[in-house]
Design a protein around this ligand. Structure first.
Ligand SMILES: Cc1ncc(COP(=O)(O)O)c(C=O)c1O
Length: 366
């Protein structure tokens, strides 16, 4: 007999396969239509089988955040892997060199220290790697400033053994804003991107790869002519932050936590068996919804707080009767952080559990 959603113990992460497949197909079609290379960030799902599905649907390769994630993906046969995070430290560089001997690897970096360390470590092992210089266009997390220091770093990269300068990476994380507030940010991004292209052209360092993008900024990439590659991650599942940004609707959210109501003893409240160890405690950065997640069965309930194993439902605005033992589905605020807390995810079609995936890349923090 086939396993159904009713056979799963809770809390469990459930993926609606129809919705997920539509999300994959939509982004792949968008990239094809706009002549963009799609290099999805796999930190959202951390499942090699899903990375393969993304490549099958048209991705040119994949993105990861950590060397450990790259190792998991490479071991599962994935190739052409971008580590979109500065690889710093001899222990990581040694593992990066081993990867670069087997796979086409690219790293993004924003310092001479990172470049020198990777060059020395790879050169001594006979490996080589492509490099994107990360540039800050406004998010203010990583990335050199647009100007002479970006050119100096690119020239330095080009001068080092085992490193090949291929272009630039930007991450417009500042574009995760409420729907309707993105227009001035697009204008800023377009201006910054054009400055980058001009700067590098003038310096005689043509940019082959201009890697940008994220889920909330993907739909406006058509307005950013400098960009030829995007790295959306969240789009495969979507979450409440993506809904708030206007980049998807509730119906496009493929992934929910299936939870059980375990207590209704406190008046005006119910407790579900998922807290911060199920969802993470990420707050909502966009949209009008309140709380730490969206209850599909009862939009008027507010997920008002978490203990480690308890999720507090504030029912003051809800007319619904809750009973101990019933199950609910919750769309998380930040799906990537939730996934990292789970060993497995269950792919369902209708009520049938069609596939169980191991989240092989979870917890690979190094
Ligand atoms: C460097 C980088 N690129 C791409 C992404 C993907 O962004 P999103 O998950 O919004 O699609 C992230 C997300 O954190 C990121 O840090």
């Amino acid at each position: 007999m086939a396993l159904t959603i009713h056979d799963l113990d809770t809390p469990a992460v459930v993926v609606d396969l129809d919705v997920m497949e539509a999300n994959l197909a939509r982004m792949a079609a968008f990239c094809r239509d706009h002549r963009l290379r799609l290099r999805p960030h796999t930190k959202t799902h951390k499942v090699p089988e899903l990375a393969h599905a993304q490549v099958r649907s048209g991705a040119c390769g994949i993105t990861v955040a950590k060397v450990g994630e790259a190792e998991v993906m490479a071991a599962a046969g994935l190739d052409n892997i971008l580590i979109a995070y500065p690889v710093v430290g001899a222990l990581k560089v040694e593992r990066l060199a081993r990867l670069a001997l087997r796979r086409a690897m690219t790293v993004a970096l924003d310092s001479r220290e990172a470049a020198a360390g990777i060059s020395a470590g790879l050169h001594s092992r006979g490996a080589s790697i492509d490099v994107l210089v990360e540039i800050n266009t406004g998010f203010g997390r990583c990335g050199v400033t647009i100007g002479p220091e970006a050119i100096e770093l690119a020239r330095y990269v080009a001068s080092l053994p085992s490193l090949k300068f291929r272009g630039v990476m930007v991450y417009p994380g500042n574009m995760l804003v409420d729907a309707g507030k993105i227009a001035p940010l697009v204008q800023n991004e377009r201006t910054r991107d054009a400055e980058i292209v001009e700067l590098f052209n003038r310096a005689g360092l043509p940019i082959e790869i201009f890697s940008a993008g994220s889920t909330p900024s993907a739909p406006i990439t058509g307005d950013l002519p400098a960009v030829n590659e995007i790295r959306p991650g969240t789009y495969i599942y979507n979450d409440m932050n993506t809904v708030g940004s206007g980049a998807c609707t509730l119906a496009d959210c493929a992934t929910t936590a299936l939870v059980t109501v375990v207590s209704t003893a406190v008046p005006g409240k119910a407790m579900m068996d998922g807290g911060s160890k199920t969802f993470s405690s990420d707050t909502l950065r966009t949209g009008k919804a309140a709380g730490y997640g969206y209850i599909v069965e009862d939009p008027d309930a507010v997920v008002s707080g978490f203990n480690e194993e308890h999720g507090h439902l504030d029912l003051r605005a809800s007319g619904r009767k809750y009973r101990v033992g019933e199950r609910l589905r919750v769309i998380p605020n930040h799906v990537c952080a939730m996934i990292n807390l789970h060993d497995q995810v269950y792919g369902v079609r209708g009520e049938t559990v069609e596939v169980v995936w191991n989240v092989a890349g979870r917890g690979k923090l190094q």
